[in-house]
Design a protein around this ligand. Sequence first.
Ligand code: ANZ
Ligand code: ZN
Length: 811
Amino acid sequence: MTKYDPAKIEPKWQQIWEKEKPFAAVDFSDKEKVYVLDMFPYPSGDGLHVGHAEGYTATDIYCRYLRAQGKNVLHPMGWDAFGLPAENYAIKKKKHPREVTAMNVDRFRKQIKKLGFSYDWDREVNTTDPDYYKWTQWIFLQLFKKGLAYEDNIPINWCPSCKTGLANEEVVGGECERCHAKVVKKDMKQWILRITDYADRLLKDLDLLDWPEKIKEMQRNWIGRSEGYEIDFDIKGHEQGLRVYTTRVDTLFGATFMVLAPEHPFLKEIVTAEQKDAVAKYQQEAANKSDLERESLEKEKTGVFTGAYAINPANNEEIPIWVSDYVMMNYGSGAIMAVPAHDERDFAFAKKYDLPIVEVISPDGQLHDLAEAYIGAGKLVNSGDFDGLDASESMPKIAAKVDGKKTTNYKLRDWVFSRQRYWGEPIPIIHCPSCGVVPVPEQDLPVELPDVEEYEPTGTGESPLAAIDDWVKTKCPECGGEAKRETNTMPQWAGSCWYYLRYIDPKNTDEIFTKKKMQYWCPVDTYVGGAEHAVLHLLYARFWHKVLYDIKIVDHPEPFLKLLNQGMILGPDGVKMSKSRGNVINPDDVVKEHGADAFRMYEMFMGPLADAKPWDTKGIVGTRRFLEKVWDTGSKVAGQIQADSGPGEITGEAAVLLNKTVKKVGEDIASFRFNTAIAAMMTFLNESLQMEADELTGATAKEYWGTFLQILAPFAPHICEELWSQFGNSESIAKKPWPKFDPALVKDETFELVVQVNGKVRGKVEVAQDIAEAEAIKTAKTAENVSKWLEGKETVKEIYVPGRLVNIVVK
Ligand code: ANZ
Ligand code: ZN
């Protein structure tokens, strides 16, 4: 008998799959379609991460199972290859980004293929391929035509180290998501996408999705819908008033001062001569702070009095107008009515600058000396005619008195879409001195990224493309005059906003995809990837999809029906893998030492898919041993199988074990519980090897072990194909329908009956599955620990829930 040698059998089967393409998705097949999508990787210079392999293995098992269930599965792979990581790597290695990207893609493809995933490789896409980004640019033109892409000069987040503007979503904790440099504000002309137009639908349609609640909640918070009122305050000595946005109009009588954002345009009108210098200085200081610093609750409040006064419209009292950086210009109206008694930030500010604090909401209707802001519910006090009203009830009434206007605000900002970098899709726009902004005609797409020698960021705020004169200079498509190309590129997220649509028809040169294919394959049924994309990729892609839906390019309002997150695989030390920590596990090394099948199985055996889990080198040895045992058993059986050995019938405990395992593994795969499926197969093997049943070695051995190979195949496809062929099968195991189980054999004969007394669990007892009610109640009463709860009490009622519990109600 030969030794298990994955290095020999794995490449063999990979070549067969490569040649025979058993995993091709068939357009318009009569079988039920299922679209299972992986988040495609950006091919960084570090190579494939064991974390990539985790999600990819999970979907691969699922897809192989679905095909065996008779489904037509679309399971593609591609490369998210534009963007900063690729470009930064290129700069570091002093190689052109195009070369670097091609190299990295090749390496990733090789690594992925070594793991035996069942992708339909004929549908591979690469976001940096002009045939691909032609359509990314085409979508941009559709956005432009709908007025959803506009140019504006606004202060944007600027990363001084990456030398580019960033979207709000790319700023994490005040730092650049990529390089962790502190992000500053910079005024720049930008292309911006009007994602805020879709805020409401992006929020509401979350309800249509079978996504982890955590991710939905993150999107809800990011969109940040807030309902409140706009209220106008008069300014003493000025014609014009000031508008504030408040969610707590019930507290209006407690507004004892007003605060403007340092950038508020009205500041210069109202500031008094004495306060002018102080305000100007304060404005300067605020300009250097990040939004995060400004919004922090902990941070000590700062501010300056403007010298001006507003009139509180509820009680006509004069209240001072201050300026402070805790009020943001880009939210609401950039001005607030400050209610120190009931808002924490206002309270801290009032304490610091000795401003009046007037309680207007009281939990008990009494007046209190407040040591901190009271933010709870209660009744109105100090509020004139409204005293005694319940706070929430009072809102529309107080709003009506002061002519407040009901409005909705969102935290979501429009998407800053220009990047001053080389390695991205050129924005297909031409600037003409006489016609202004002119879109590149669709037939002229793609606007190809020119080859350049200098691709390093300039830092001037202009893209390196701006320096390539003969590329920049062009003719205006409208008037034919001299014009200039837009030199900014799109952000990394552009290509990944719609890649799942291109897999449907990846080679189409005339259209983004044909409608019929889209109607056949869309939407994506199951999407698997990391949770770190909760508000970036997953929100942007939903936005583009909705735009495509509105212009009738797609038929479904949402791109991804079901989403599953994989947990992070940590280093053996329990910490996130990183080069600097030296705790990175390289998939290539693992495959070399133990084989792809052991690697796949180990990653799935580590724990529930969604959990974070540390790598354990001993663990992979364990799955490797399991496969060795499978190999030895399988080879032995293969040697015994007679060419004429008939099907026979598997009976007795062997039949029960086999059927139960088939049922469990199938159900576990269907609900992405791969670790418990593997545990069941390990138990199966051990118990089978201890049985002395004829089934395992005699006439039915081929069927018994063949069935086992079938359910193991999605996890460890190479070894199973090999043994399957050694069993004398000429067709691939992947072509065999999923084995059926006999329901009569998988019933548990006993179950654990829960015994409650007055609804509290007091004991448990093992009883026969088909126990009669009377018998169940009798047994329950005699169960361990139960009798003492019944002693000396009168039984009022006995309730039996078949298959679950008995509840005895006593008095
Ligand atoms: C008076 C008030 C009293 C407020 C009270 C709160 C509590 P959300 O829920 O996030 O929408 N606000 C309004 N515009 C602001 C801006 N540009 N910068 C900073 N703060 C701003 O919060 C809305 C509340 O945040 C508003 O309601 C306003 O303070 C403040 F007991 O008005 B409130
Ligand atoms: Zn023109």
